[in-house]
Design a protein around this ligand. Structure first.
Ligand SMILES: [Ca+2]
Length: 670
């Protein structure tokens, strides 16, 4: 609607604004958009209308709602921007492409990392080399308070539908539905038909739609990417597996990880397959093969890096050799200091303590510390490799002249992985899961970590580093499970290199944002069936610099997964977590002062807590939340040690304490 009404009315070749028709169909959204777009035509408007005349035009011809909105909230700023700014480059758009090509709708490149930490990127304080994404951050905006769900498929359901996971079919991960959730609406375990994907809506409205990477939203023919709006795809349908060509799935129930290409099963992966590289190749291939018909594209790059197993091509194995020998405490402190320098974290606020069951790194036997560090080396290589490949896509888009017309959105689907995923999947010795894990991921010697056939994860201590300064990691509705870095860049994005700390954003905002930028209304029915409205809030006003956040301090967000629950409103958050990380009662935190969620303020602010609990009840009602009668975290307290062993050189490593130090170093560095 927006584009039909406003953009096409400006004909650059005629240097003419067909203002009457444009004003006739103004809505709240496109009125503001028209003002952005006036940057293109401001000279023409200035010549034809004075400031007062412009306002009069609106009052005469805009619908009532649009006029009220315009006059109340946008008139002074928008009119000033639209009509009086004449210096090129000082207006709403810092990018040039929208201005240069007003009739052309933007491309979208949506890049999602898998289980990547909040503080990994250089632009978020990490020591991992990520020059491509850091450069993207310099061109666009970074946001500190962007939220996802604690796990993969759950986040992806909200990303593609624009609504809450309990509505979209992933009320729980399909693999972990509790008996009382099975068969209930919102607990289909796949992206259900109550929603239309952003890809479907874009595809139906003249976009090419491409996907490469992890799907995790359904395996059946009517559930796969091809059936949910992707014209072309190369997809891993399940949640994770070998990054190489073996197709070893992490789940025994489907031992061979299923991939599809353009909707058809992939029989065999190429010998030199490595997930991150091949997903990049496919993305470039799809764009290349579709580029000549003038249609814009939506490309979804759903990397499986750096999800476990930690694996990289051999020539990347030693890229961070010995970089993490000092252990997690040193690296975490260094990250925190850099985050404070960058402004990501305020100085003086409370950050999360090292979890009670984790040892100080300095307490570890040197061999144990280095072996733990080796895992972090591989993880860092995976992240840098991904960054490098993203750079290939950017270079390609620049080569074909599409980069400046592409909105790029980058984030991670959930917090860093600190759980023992392999253990969770494998289960007890003798079970099918255990046999599958042993048979397929058995080789795990110190010098084989990261190679094909191995299954290494870096564990909770490094995951805490990844989620500096927050509490916990993937799987939990604490900040450590649900915060992600977010970079947005491209046409229409103001504020090159800036950091927005005001906005409270959510992954379900992305679909409405993309649809609005593409000028597409979200329908109430899709292919004859009713679909639910999107709950996400569009960022277009924020991206254009008109507002700091799409949410007011009264707006709130809710989470529930595996029985853990949370509500955030303004700076306040309540959460209820299984023991030992929570008390299984509601706790209250002030995130502005305590982003690490260390101090329960329930006693001091009991009324606030009560207010937020009422919002939780509203959240349950609104989304049909059913608390599972079984949770993978209900036994967390028993599964964890109650304290850290209090002795040095812990734990002994294969008799290494008897090996002279110099020889030990040689062995480990081989
Ligand atoms: Ca994930």
């Amino acid at each position: 609607m927006i584009l039909i009404c406003s953009y096409p009315k400006y004909r650059p070749e005629k240097n003419n604004l067909e203002e009457d028709t444009a004003f006739d169909c103004l809505t709240k959204t496109n009125l503001l958009r028209l003002c952005e777009w006036k940057k293109v035509s401001q000279d023409i408007i200035s010549q034809k209308y004075g400031r007062t005349t412009m306002k009069q035009q609106c009052e005469d011809k805009c619908p009532r709602m649009a006029r009220r909105t315009f006059l109340k909230s946008a008139s002074i700023i928008a009119l000033a921007l639209c009509l009086s700014i004449t210096t090129a480059g000082s207006g709403i758009f810092t990018g040039t492409s929208m201005a240069a090509q007003p009739n052309k709708r933007p491309n979208f490149l949506l890049i999602v990392a898998d289980d990547m930490g909040y503080s990994d990127l250089g632009s978020y304080g990490g020591e991992i080399k990520t020059p491509v994404l850091d450069n993207l951050a310099q061109q666009g905006m970074r946001y500190t308070d962007f939220y996802v769900s604690p796990t993969c498929s759950v986040t992806r359901s909200m990303l593609l539908s624009g609504t809450d996971n309990h509505v979209a079919g992933l009320g729980n991960m399909g693999e972990l539905n509790a008996p009382n959730q099975m068969g209930k609406p919102g607990y289909e375990g796949v992206l259900n038909k109550r929603v239309a994907t952003v890809a479907s809506l874009l595809q139906d409205n003249g976009y090419h739609t491409y996907m490469a990477g992890k799907w995790h939203l359904g395996l059946k023919p009517d559930q796969i990417p091809r059936a949910r709006g992707f014209e072309r795809d190369f997809s891993l349908l399940v949640g994770g597996g070998s990054h190489f060509d073996s197709q070893w799935n992490i789940e025994w129930q489907i031992p061979k990880a299923p991939y599809t290409e353009d909707g058809r099963p992939v029989k065999k992966l190429p010998k030199d397959f490595y997930s991150t590289k091949n997903y990049t190749d496919k993305t470039i291939q799809f764009i290349e093969e579709g580029k000549n018909d003038g249609k814009p594209f939506f490309a979804y790059m759903a990397f499986t890096a750096p999800h476990g197993p930690l694996q990289v091509p051999d020539d990347w194995l030693r890229r961070y050799k010995n970089r993490y020998d000092e252990g997690w405490d040193t690296i975490r402190n260094q990250r925190l200091a850099r985050m404070q320098e960058l402004g990501i974290v305020d100085k003086g606020v409370n950050t999360a303590d090292r979890l009670f069951f984790l040892p100080r790194a300095s307490q570890l036997a040197i061999g144990a510390r280095k072996i733990q560090g080796r895992k972090m080396e591989i993880y860092a290589s995976m992240v840098e490799y991904m960054d490098d490949q993203i750079g290939r896509v950017f270079d390609y888009l620049k080569k074909i002249g599409e980069y400046d017309n592409t909105v790029v959105i980058f984030f991670s689907d959930n917090g860093a992985e600190g759980n023992d995923l392999r253990g969770m999947i494998a289960g007890r010795p003798g079970t099918a899961g255990y046999m599958h894990a042993v048979a397929n991921f058995a080789e795990n010697g110190h010098n084989s970590i990261g190679r094909r056939g191995t299954y290494a994860e870096y564990g909770p201590a490094w995951a805490q580093v990844g989620m500096t300064p927050f509490r916990l990691y993937k799987g939990w509705v604490s900040e450590g499970g649900t915060r992600s870095p977010l970079i947005v860049s491209g046409p229409g994005v103001q504020g090159a290199g800036e950091l927005n700390k005001e906005a409270v954003l959510h992954v379900m905002d992305i679909a409405p944002t993309i649809l609005e930028l593409a000028g597409i209304e979200h329908p109430s029915t899709y292919k004859g069936r009713e679909i639910t409205p999107m709950q996400g809030k569009s960022w277009t006003g924020m991206l254009a610099g008109r507002t700091q956040s799409p949410r007011t301090s009264d707006d709130w967000l809710g989470w529930e997964l595996f029985g853990n629950r949370a509500i955030r409103q303004g700076d306040w958050k309540i959460s209820l977590l299984y023991e030992p990380f929570g008390t299984y009662n509601w706790q209250l935190f002030n995130l502005a002062e305590d982003p690490g969620e260390q101090y329960d303020l329930s006693g001091k602010f009991s009324e606030k807590k009560k207010d937020l609990i009422a919002l939780w009840d509203e959240y349950v009602e609104m989304n049909g939340v059913i608390i599972g009668e079984r949770s993978p975290f209900e036994g967390a307290r028993k599964a964890l040690p109650t304290a850290v062993p209090e002795y040095d050189n812990y734990p002994p490593v294969r008799g290494m304490e008897a090996i002279p130090h110099k020889k030990l170093m040689e062995l480990i560095k081989q």
